[in-house]
Design a protein around this ligand. Structure first.
Ligand code: OGA
Ligand code: MN
Length: 241
């Protein structure tokens, strides 16, 4: 719990993230060959929507660094994960009124030990997202956003998180927006369908802020996305040395 809060608090400190980014850069070029699965590059137009600021080459680059796998878990698996998490979350209140928080309308927890069936799902996420030589953070971050909840733009701290962030989206589809840190007109909307997995690395991880849009702004290529309560299960790898 505490470490999650530190993660974002520090991520909002720009000077820190940009100075640390320089030492991480050397790993970015290997992003293309990182995934344990074949990158479904022909699928990206279904879940990425680029602003005009992107040329063809930068679209391709981005599509390698932000991968979405639809239907990564089944209805039954989603149910099983929720059955394990519900008793823990029920004891907590949604936080709405912290004006300086990066997130509005949320409750969150971290989980180390999962029941055997759910552990298999977490292992599947790690296997697909992290190359065998990386060490993952053992605690899994669970973020429960209320229907009215949203996440403000930020970059996860390089101090507490490595170069790969993998998130399962449960209960509701949603839109994640990534905006280039230095060129605000360069942004991408990502359709995160219910039960999909996203894997963020490389330029998407370091050069763009990410945010999760609120219900009113949840529109993908002119189509409204029904945004309800949304729960994400996020696996990260350890900070790079
Ligand atoms: C975060 C974050 C994204 C998500 O907690 O830092 O960006 O998918 N979460 O919930
Ligand atoms: Mn984040």
């Amino acid at each position: 719990m505490v470490s999650v809060m530190i993660l974002r608090a520090i991520s909002l400190s720009k000077s820190l993230s940009s100075s640390c980014r320089i030492c991480c850069r050397r790993n970015i070029s290997s992003a293309e060959s990182k995934y344990a699965v074949l990158i479904q590059n022909d699928q990206w137009h279904k879940y990425l929507s680029f602003s005009d600021g992107f040329d063809k080459e930068s679209r391709l680059q981005f599509s390698r660094d932000l991968l979405v796998v639809n239907n990564f878990v089944t209805d039954g698996e989603e149910k099983s994960l929720m059955e394990e998490l519900t008793p823990v979350l029920k004891k907590m209140h949604y936080e709405f009124d912290h004006w300086d928080d990066a997130i509005h309308g949320y409750r969150e927890t971290e989980r180390l030990n999962w029941n055997p069936n759910n552990m298999k799902i977490i292992d599947r996420v790690r296997k697909i997202a992290f190359p065998s030589e990386t060490s993952h953070i053992p605690l899994v971050h669970v973020l429960d956003l209320a229907e009215k909840g949203f996440i403000k733009p930020h970059i996860d701290s390089v101090r507490f998180c490595g170069d790969i962030i993998a998130g399962l989206s449960l209960l509701s589809s949603s839109i994640m927006r990534l905006v280039h840190e230095n060129e605000k007109s360069k942004y991408v909307d990502v359709l995160l369908q219910r039960r999909s997995l996203y894997i963020m690395t490389g330029t998407a991880r370091y050069d763009f802020t990410h945010e999760l849009l609120d219900k009113e702004r949840s529109i993908f290529k002119n189509d409204r996305v029904e945004r309800g309560r949304r729960l994400s299960i996020i696996c990260r790898n350890a900070p790079l040395k």
